[in-house]
Each structure stands twice: as C-alpha cells, then as structure tokens.
Design a protein around this ligand. Structure first.
Ligand code: ZN
Length: 141
C-alpha cells in the first residue's frame, strides 16, 4: 500500500516519495530538495512549514498527555505532582526539538498524499544549483 510505504519512509526520515536521503543537513535543518528524486521539500510555498510546526506542537502535547496519564495511573493514589509539574515543563521545551525532523517529514508525507502533483521539478536537478544562501553557508564551513 502506497500510503503506508510513504509513512514508513517519513518515519525513517527519508523522502516519502522515493525513500532517498538524507533530507537533513543536521537535526534542525532540512535540505531544499531530496538528493535522490529532487522533490522540493518546501514544495514552493511561502509559509509551507507552518503545518509541520502545528504537527510538532500537537505531537509534543500528545506525548506530554500520554506520559502524564501513564505516570498518574502507575503511581495512583499518590502521584508525584511536583515531579510531574517540573518534568512536564522540561518535556514541553525539549520534545519539540526532538520531534522536529519527524514532524517535517510526516507533514511532507501527508501533503504528498493529499496533493501528489503540486511539485513538478522544473528541470533535472543539479545539486550544485542551490540557493545563494546555501552556497555561502557551505563556503564558510
Ligand atoms: Zn525523493
């Protein structure tokens, strides 16, 4: 099933369309295009990643809720309220950073399922044909 295969690729931080990668320069920075199939990872829209940020917030809150309920149920009738309070705060700061790459690839995956034909690579993609900004960044490194 195509949708499950795409979801599996996204969960492995690979390109949902072709399974290629790597899609990330480092943990918090995604490439402009898939290095294998040249899929535009921002899909050519301004503010495209707002959807993945929403994914990130929702997943972080769901993770917090699951851990909170599990700890309360496991330690009932005397849950460690203070530990839950401070641990929950720390978790809500740390979880979005940890979940960030999965939220990017999962959002891309769902977007490809809903709008598979939006990205049409203009021409055979040359990896050296990146934006000026990226070239300058690499020049510094
Ligand atoms: Zn690809």
């Amino acid at each position: 099933m195509k949708a499950l295969r795409m979801l599996g690729r996204a969960l492995r931080l690979r390109c949902p369309r072709c399974g290629g990668g790597p899609l990330f320069r480092h943990w918090l920075e995604m490439r402009e295009r898939c290095p294998v199939c040249a899929l535009r990872l921002e899909r050519g829209e301004q503010g495209y990643q707002v959807g993945s940020y929403m994914f990130n917030i929702v997943l972080s809150e769901l993770l917090f809720a699951a851990v909170f309920v599990a700890v309360v149920v496991a330690t009932w009738p005397s849950p460690p309220w203070t530990a839950l309070q401070y641990g929950g705060a720390v978790m809500m700061v740390v979880a979005p950073f940890i979940l960030f790459p999965w939220c990017r690839t999962l959002f891309l995956c769902f977007d490809l399922m809903i709008r598979p034909d939006v990205d049409t690579p203009d021409m055979p993609w040359d990896p050296e044909q990146e934006s000026e900004e990226r070239r300058e960044e690499r020049g510094k490194a």
